[in-house]
Ligand binder design. Sequence first.
Ligand SMILES: [Zn+2]
Length: 151
Amino acid sequence: MQSFKLLKPHVYLDESNNGRRSEPTLKGGCCRCGFVFFPMQTYGCERCGSHGNALAPRSLSTHGTLLASAVVHLHADKSRTTPFTIVKVALDDGPVVRTLLASDCGDVAPGRRMKAKLEPLRGDDGETVFDLRFTTADQDHQEQHHGAPPQ
Ligand SMILES: [Zn+2]
């Protein structure tokens, strides 16, 4: 069985054990005060300042709503293929994630329902690595939503 390499395994996981290759788990956290954040960290809660074991890891919904997007046509790093689109997505669990739009996704506008996916990228050494992207979720939102119910 081929192993899949993730670009940022500390931020998200691949739920390959349930057979959905492109369905990631977002590794967020929750403070005892109820504040939910992403990615997981133990430095301190942005709301109440608690740290250490007041902050516990929590898997977050991969669904959210698009807040803003920006198309980048020129990038200082010449190895990046342009244009690409940066999106800001408010997860259903609260935290706002800033990442790239999936390369096979068309135009998006604020308010669109989005979901996270893992997209294969060609690494410098020719090895395939997967990184987190967001794509539109309208069409398959119903049958794809299998996460925990909102609290
Ligand atoms: Zn807190």
